[in-house]
Design a protein around this ligand. Structure first.
Ligand code: FES
Length: 67
């Protein structure tokens, strides 16, 4: 789904930015442009970013404890 209509950024693009190494809303904004025009998508963008980062950290933790 589109999160940011101004810049045409989807939730998938935000999750991809996190997979590619972004770990904060600021980094996601810089990589995708989400929230950099009217700003109405910022709340949703932050929520998706937080969820994606949490998922990345959990999956990384799983790898750290794998035997
Ligand atoms: S909808 Fe994202 S900056 Fe306008």
């Amino acid at each position: 789904m589109y999160v940011c209509l101004c810049k045409g950024v989807s939730d998938k693009a935000i999750r991809q930015a996190v997979e590619d190494g972004a770990r904060s809303w600021r980094e996601v904004r810089e990589q995708t442009g989400c929230g950099t025009q009217c700003g109405k998508c910022a709340c949703m963008g932050k929520t998706i970013t937080r969820d994606a980062v949490a998922r990345e950290l959990v999956s990384g933790a799983d790898l750290a404890y794998a035997v």
